[in-house]
Every structure is written in structure tokens, then in C-alpha cells.
Design a protein around this ligand. Structure first.
Ligand SMILES: [Zn+2]
Length: 253
């Protein structure tokens, strides 16, 4: 006798469709199986990393990732909503991922610099391996930013985001939008090179580390607590100001 497979239907909403092949986007996808697997495993086998998901409904009721999918189940999978009120039903996460601390995958060095420029704590090393990134994200509760979906499928990663954009400045804007950080920007407060916070220092203390022209025309200097680099208003601040204003007030544009 040929065993009859169980069937379950999956429907992914909004930007979760970015992870699906074109023919499966924005429609109900049926999966057949002989051995029940968890919501997490089945959803990820369809291509969507669990870190992208904020809410799962199975047959209309909220569910966690560990629930086993049964024959006949209808699984609706939602991304993180900032604006839609789903407060009455249980989210798969205890609270929205708003804490703006990041760890970045290798090759995202430029994005790290932009996030630091905006004031966010963004760890980055071009030497970090996948296990190290997963561990840092998990132990330090940092949001793992990556262009590699596979990295987000590690169970230990509960905070992560797959970047859609490839240009680093657009990625920074995407990150601010995605985590609703427009009001959390603290531009020019963090070292773009080493991620430490800057502190104000008297001009006399940094005289020997500043070009003569700058020394004559600026009074306010900040120094990195980590690498001791000196920053002052000018060049990069004025160039970036308009971009930062757009990030802070997206609706005003
Ligand atoms: Zn520094």
C-alpha cells in the first residue's frame, strides 16, 4: 500500500514574499509530508528565515515556531509589522525587535560605518566566521544583518534581518526603516572606524592631531574613546546632514 502524504498550506504576507520563488509569491503554497516537522523547519524549507517572521497563525490561531505542522493545517506567516495592530494575538517574539544594536556579516563594512555615523552600535569584523556571528548575535542580543539567508536559519539567531539592498547607503536607510529607528538617530556620536562612542575634548588636547587649517577654524572637537581618532564638524557632517534629516523624517519628504 502506498502511504498517503499529509498536506499543509502556507501563505506568506508582505515582504516575506521576497524570499520565495516567483511562482510561489503572494499565493497559497501546498506542502506534502510524511513526517510532521515544526513550523520553523517547514517555513525555512520554503525559503523564509525565521528571523524575518513576527507572527504565525495556524488555522487562525497564533502559534510558536516549535509547533508541529499537522495534516490539513493552514499556516499564515507574517513579517514584523510596525503599523498594523496585532496586539491581541500572540507574537512569536516577546516584543518587537526595536533595540538598535547590530552585528554585521563580513562584506558589510561600509554599512557598519554608515550605521555608526548614525550613532548605532554596530559590531563588524571582516574576519568573523558564521559561528562567531551567530554567537555574538545570540549572547549580546544583537540584530544580525546579512545578505546570506542561510545564516539567519540558525536556531540560535532570534534577531536578524536579510538586507534586500546591495548599496551600503541604501542598506543603512533600509535598516532604519525596517526597525523604525528614525527617532533613534544620534548622528556623529560614534567612531565610524572602531564603533566606540565619541566624547567632547578641549581643543588644546588635540592640537597635535588636527591639520593647521582646522585647528584655526574649529573650536569643538570629539575624540574616540577607543582609537583616539579626532572628529570635528565639517566635511562629512555637512555632506551627510540632509541624508540624515531624510532618514529622521521620511514622511516629510
Ligand atoms: Zn575609534
Amino acid at each position: 500500500m502506498v502511504p498517503v502524504p499529509a498536506r499543509a498550506c502556507f501563505r506568506f504576507y508582505a515582504e516575506l514574499n521576497d524570499h520565495l520563488p516567483l511562482e510561489q509569491q503572494f499565493r497559497t503554497v501546498e506542502r506534502q509530508f510524511f513526517v510532521p516537522a515544526s513550523v520553523k523547519d517547514m517555513v525555512e524549507s520554503l525559503g523564509v528565515p525565521h528571523t524575518e517572521i513576527d507572527l504565525v497563525l495556524v488555522n487562525g490561531e497564533s502559534s510558536d515556531f516549535s509547533r508541529l505542522v499537522q495534516d490539513g493545517d493552514r499556516v499564515a506567516v507574517y513579517p514584523m509589522f510596525e503599523s498594523l495592530d496585532i496586539g491581541a494575538v500572540l507574537r512569536v517574539r516577546p516584543r518587537p525587535l526595536r533595540e538598535p544594536r547590530f552585528v554585521l556579516d563580513v562584506h558589510l563594512g561600509k554599512l557598519a560605518a554608515y550605521l555608526r555615523l548614525l550613532g548605532f552600535d554596530a559590531l563588524y569584523s571582516n574576519q568573523a566566521g558564521d559561528p562567531e556571528l551567530v554567537e555574538i548575535s545570540s549572547k549580546q542580543s544583537r540584530i544580525l544583518l546579512t545578505r546570506d539567508r542561510g545564516l539567519l536559519k540558525h536556531s540560535a539567531v532570534t534577531r536578524g534581518y536579510w538586507l534586500r539592498e546591495t548599496d551600503s547607503r541604501r542598506q543603512a536607510a533600509e535598516t532604519v526603516r525596517r526597525f523604525d529607528l528614525g527617532r533613534a538617530l544620534r548622528p556623529f556620536t560614534r567612531c565610524m572606524v572602531c564603533n566606540h562612542e565619541l566624547r567632547a575634548v578641549p581643543a588644546a588636547e588635540v592640537q597635535d592631531r588636527v591639520p593647521p587649517g582646522i585647528r584655526a577654524s574649529r573650536r569643538e572637537f570629539r575624540e574616540c574613546a577607543g582609537c583616539r581618532r579626532v572628529y570635528w564638524n565639517g566635511s562629512h557632517t555637512s555632506r551627510m546632514q540632509r541624508w540624515i534629516e531624510q532618514l529622521a523624517n521620511p514622511k516629510a519628504q
